[in-house]
Design a protein around this ligand. Structure first.
Ligand code: VAH
Length: 315
């Protein structure tokens, strides 16, 4: 049975991936770590350790203590925060990654870390962006993601570490709010629609970005990590997406449930510039062909579920 260590387990992905992995692999086989502790089920329902991913010795000690064979490295700063604090982002996103890769190499662990559509830049083909194409991002986050993809491929080729990754689009979830991302508007809008029946978007109308509902993201991570390695022509990282939309489209979908919903715009130039540098839509064919990737949620199905779950969560 797998023994899995997650870093950044209290983040947007980790908050849900931890529970799902504990359901599949057994609670005691999934060790959650994060730099802070909360009263979340991630902490209270199974093995949890405080870990600063910049401390390679502490990471190695935890991995050896639980005899892990898989590392899911999620701890990182997202695009908007990284753009505000580029040096911190370089040090944390790259320093944490190389530490996790080194521990994986030493203990012969299977390894996963997410990349992002942020790994593409203004010179990348914007529509149906291919799996293999130009990657000249103009953000620190994008530089981190491209360097991370190359580093993970290097650790596979040079040291035989079974590294795998996914270029995630914007992820939408109702459990843990995202923090510091550019696509966060597509999460905030649902909360504001229920609380105030209105939302002021910091991303301009007409700005298309790839998105995915969290259940599809969790399934993609697990399916990729369980995939037969002999079928993988790529590893770091696979394009995956479920939909591409612009703010007016998600607003129109919400109005099917909340007819009075109103959308306004107060564009944030920093996050708009980041969004403009990313693709309008990416091509997930390689993921589908090599390990059977398939998304279940489109905008309509996601909106129905998000509003239903948030109405319960927000009471
Ligand atoms: C961000 N949610 O906005 C992340 C993600 C594609 C976007 O990488 O930074």
């Amino acid at each position: 049975m797998k023994k899995i260590l997650l870093t950044g387990a209290l983040g947007q992905i980790g908050s849900e991936l931890t529970g799902k992995m504990r359901e599949i692999y057994g609670t005691d086989n999934v060790i959650a770590t994060d730099i802070r502790q909360t009263d979340s089920e991630v902490v209270t329902a199974g093995p949890f350790e405080i870990l600063d991913v910049m401390d390679i010795e502490a990471m190695g000690n935890i991995a050896k203590k639980y005899n892990v064979d898989t590392i899911i490295h999620l701890a990182a700063l997202l695009s908007a925060t990284a753009e505000a604090k580029p040096l911190l982002a370089w040090n944390l996103n790259m320093g944490g990654l190389v530490n996790a890769l080194e521990v994986s190499r030493e203990l012969q662990c299977q390894f996963f870390t997410p990349s992002s559509i942020g790994a593409f830049g203004p010179t990348t083909p914007k529509d149906c962006t291919p799996q293999d194409t130009i990657q000249r991002p103009t953000t620190m986050y994008g530089v981190n993601k491209v360097a991370g993809e190359l580093l993970c491929d290097y650790y596979y080729q040079k040291f035989g570490v079974d590294t795998r990754g996914l270029r995630f689009p914007g992820l939408i979830s109702y459990v843990a709010p995202p923090g510091g991302g550019t696509t966060d508007y597509a999460v905030e809008i649902y909360y504001e629609a229920i609380k105030n029946e209105r939302y002021t978007s910091y991303i301009d109308r007409g700005t298309y970005m790839d998105m995915m509902y969290m259940p599809d993201a969790l399934n993609a991570i697990i399916d990729l990590m369980e995939a037969n390695p002999s079928n993988l022509k790529h590893r770091n990282s696979f394009n995956v997406t479920a939909m591409s939309f612009e703010p007016e489209q998600i607003a129109a979908e919400i109005r099917k449930h909340i007819p009075a919903f109103e959308m306004e715009y107060q564009v944030d130039p920093v996050r708009q510039t980041i969004a403009n540098s990313w693709p309008n839509s990416i091509d997930p064919t390689a993921a589908s062909e090599e390990w059977g990737f398939k998304a279940d949620y489109d905008l309509a199905k996601m909106t129905t579920d998000m509003l239903e779950k948030l109405k319960m969560k927000l009471g």
